[in-house]
Each structure stands twice: as structure tokens, then as C-alpha cells.
Design a binder for this molecule. Structure first.
Ligand code: NAD
Ligand code: ZN
Length: 366
């Protein structure tokens, strides 16, 4: 039996199903909720090669005819050219508004396919079949879709909620270990935001999450519940949803500093960013340095980078990093909004962080 997490929105709700081997029942689950639909399966070459044929077969068995649309793997795929490719493939297959776009892949495929679903015929149905840990615990839940432009990441997009999310935790067995660790940073984030019990559970059980024991389903479900709670409270990100950015202000600056390259993938930037957020909070006398040490020990223990020195190559100096932070965040009247913490599981939105204090902290951390 899969674990079921409900996402309650203002006007409707949908299920997230979590369990090992769920692709096998995806056809029945979709057909039960969306009778008589046809489907476009959007995937990247890596994931499509592994799972697209299986999915198409189980859809067929449930009476759902499908076409497959494939894109190249990688962040560079989230662009206008691929959006057009997906949109036109869906139109060429003569899918109608009530038909469904299925995103089978990581966050890149989910964001791209979701945005296509949002705009084709002013909004088609959309089902997420996330295949990376990051996508299962973060990007597939919440309805944010979009693409990148030369001006920046995720600057063009739409809120478009899925009708169903199916997280088959078994497919994570083929995910490259580095991607699994990167997604784990987002799992740990939910503990650090407001669930100290979950963080302590992860400290004791992380090995099972990585090896694919039943701990993995529990970790994914707990993360989805946390994200669903925040999304339900703040569907269009006007307030509390900002807590999900714990570690992301520093993390995004480090991603930008490394050119969004394989020097640092997103979750690794988040891991270092969460450590920095805890250390900076300690320095501002908001939290104990013991909490920062505890967070560092856990993330380093699973093999994530936690120090600026863990990043290969040279980084900008403190002023250079501040310039990147200012680009990412709205600096209003000389103050920064940061997610800081009073300790493990006690994150809060700090609206009046003095940039000079952040700069000096970074200078001392480099
Ligand atoms: P990704 O989609 O690029 O996947 C990572 C890599 O793993 C890719 O090479 C992919 O082909 C491969 N892969 C995925 N699943 C696999 C599997 N089961 N087996 C083997 N290989 C597999 O990256 P990601 O980390 O999943 O997602 C990152 C994207 O998500 C970014 O574009 C980011 O902006 C977006 N994102 C969106 C939201 C949101 O709310 N919409 C939230 C967080 C992140
Ligand atoms: Zn993130």
C-alpha cells in the first residue's frame, strides 16, 4: 500500500502517492482520477531510457494511450526552445484540454513539462512522476513550473498544480549517488525548518534513506507533508513559504559563483548554505554554535559539502559574494531578508539583516 499525502488547496486537493514500485500502478491510479484521458509522457534521455517504455505499457493496460516526448538531460533544457518542442509535440498528438501531460523525470522535466501543461490550451491536466529525490520531496509538490532565460533562472513560468503526484521511491536506485545526496539536503531542510524530531530521526536513520530501505518512504513522505503544509498555507508564496528558502540565499550565490556548473549542484549549495545560515545565526547570538556544529556533522556525515573550502576552484571574495546575494534577493532599503534560526527546527524569516554583518561573516568564512 502506498503512503498517501493530501495537498489541500483553496479550490481543490490532490494526492501524493509514495512507495516502492509505484510506476506499475500509475496507469490505474491515473485512470481512476482522470477517466478516458490520453497522455503525453515527457522525459529526459536518461530517465526515458530507463522508465518510459514501462510507463507507457502500464498506461496502455489501463486504457490510456500515450505519446513519448524526450528532451536532453540537464538544466540547460529548461529553455524556450524545449518549451516549444514539448508544446508542439502535445499539439501534434492532438491532445485536448482534458488530456494529461505526465512529467517523468527530475525537477528539470517537471518544471518544463508543467509549464507546457499550464499554457497548452490554457491549461491541460498535469501529473508528476518525479524520479529524482529532489523532485520527489520538493519540485513536484507546490505547483511552481517554469524555464530559465539568459537573464536568470526560473524567471518565466506559471503556477500550475498537478492532479496527482506519484513518487516511486524504487526509481531512486538508479539515480547517481551525487544527485541522491543533493536531494537529501532538501530532506534535511524540512527537519531544520520546523521539525527537530525529524532531523534527529534522520541523524539515526539516514543510511536507510540512501540504501533504499523503508526509511526512504518515510523520509519522502515526511518531506512531502511538510511541503504540502507550507504550500496549503501560502499557495502563491506571499509569506510563510519563504521558510523553504532556508540555506538558499547563500546557496544560490554559491551556485551563481560557480556558474551553475558541476562544481556545485543545487542541493550541495543548499547544504553549505544551511550550515552558513546556522553559523551566521550563532554569530548574531540567535542560536547556539552547538546547533551549527550538529548540522555540519550530519550533512558532512552523509557526504555533502559543508564548507566554502569544499568547493573546487576559486570563489569570489566577500564583496563578490555579497553582490551575488544582492542580485538573488530583493535588497530593500539597505537590509536583507534571510531565513535564520534559533536552533535545529526553529527557522524564522529575518527581515532586517544588516548586509555589513553578512559581508564580515563571509569574509571570515572564506
Ligand atoms: P534533474 O532533473 O536535472 O535530474 C538530475 C539528473 O538525474 C539528470 O541528469 C536526470 O536525467 C537524472 N535522473 C533523474 N532521475 C533519475 C533516475 N531515477 N535514474 C537515473 N537518472 C535520473 O535535476 P533535479 O535535481 O531533479 O531538479 C533540479 C531542477 O528542479 C532545477 O531546474 C530547479 O530549478 C528545479 N526546482 C523546481 C522547484 C519547484 O518548486 N518547481 C523546486 C526545486 C527545484
Ligand atoms: Zn532547493
Amino acid at each position: 500500500e502506498p503512503i498517501r499525502v493530501g495537498v489541500a488547496l483553496s479550490d481543490r486537493s490532490y494526492d501524493i502517492l509514495i512507495g516502492r514500485g509505484l510506476i506499475a500502478s500509475a496507469g490505474a491510479e491515473i485512470a481512476r482520477r482522470l477517466p478516458r484521458v490520453r497522455a503525453a509522457i515527457v522525459s529526459d534521455r536518461n530517465v526515458g531510457g530507463l522508465y518510459s517504455a514501462d510507463l507507457s505499457r502500464v498506461l496502455n493496460a489501463a486504457g490510456i494511450g500515450s505519446v513519448a516526448v524526450e528532451v536532453e538531460p540537464g538544466e540547460g533544457t529548461k529553455n524556450f526552445a524545449n518549451l516549444e518542442h514539448v508544446v508542439r509535440a502535445v499539439l501534434a498528438a492532438r491532445l485536448e484540454r482534458g488530456d494529461v501531460v505526465i512529467a517523468l523525470g527530475g525537477g528539470v522535466v517537471g518544471d518544463l513539462a508543467g509549464f507546457a501543461a499550464a499554457i497548452v490550451r490554457r491549461g491541460m491536466r498535469f501529473v508528476q512522476l518525479p524520479t529524482s529525490l529532489l523532485a520527489q520531496v520538493d519540485s513536484s509538490v507546490g505547483g511552481k513550473t517554469g524555464i530559465n532565460t539568459p537573464e536568470g533562472k526560473n524567471l518565466v513560468g506559471a503556477f500550475h498544480q498537478p492532479s496527482l503526484v506519484i513518487a516511486d521511491t524504487g526509481v531512486l536506485d538508479t539515480l547517481p549517488p551525487r544527485e541522491l545526496r543533493a536531494g537529501y539536503a532538501e530532506v534535511a531542510k524540512y527537519g531544520l525548518i520546523d521539525d527537530p524530531g525529524f532531523f534527529a530521526w534522520l541523524e539515526a536513520n539516514w543510511r536507510g534513506v540512501f540504501s533504499g530501505g523503508p526509511e526512504r518512504e518515510h523520509a519522502v513522505a515526511t518531506s512531502c507533508r511538510a511541503k504540502a503544509r507550507v504550500v496549503a498555507a501560502d499557495e502563491h508564496e506571499t509569506g510563510e513559504r519563504a521558510l523553504l528558502n532556508l540555506g538558499h540565499t547563500f546557496g544560490h550565490a554559491l551556485e551563481a559563483a560557480t556558474g551553475y556548473s558541476q562544481r556545485l549542484v543545487h542541493g550541495e549549495g543548499v547544504a553549505i548554505g544551511m550550515v552558513l545560515a546556522h553559523r551566521f545565526s550563532a554569530r548574531m547570538n540567535l542560536a547556539s554554535p552547538d546547533d551549527a556544529a550538529r548540522v555540519t556533522a550530519h550533512l558532512a556525515g552523509v557526504g555533502l559539502p559543508t564548507e566554502l573550502a569544499d568547493i573546487e576552484g576559486t570563489l569570489p571574495d566577500a564583496d563578490g559574494l555579497m553582490a551575488l546575494i544582492a542580485q538573488d534577493k530583493k535588497v530593500s532599503r539597505g537590509t536583507l531578508t534571510f531565513i535564520l534560526t534559533h536552533g535545529v527546527g526553529k527557522a524564522f524569516i529575518a527581515k532586517d539583516v544588516p548586509p555589513a554583518a553578512v559581508r564580515d561573516f563571509l569574509a571570515d568564512s572564506l
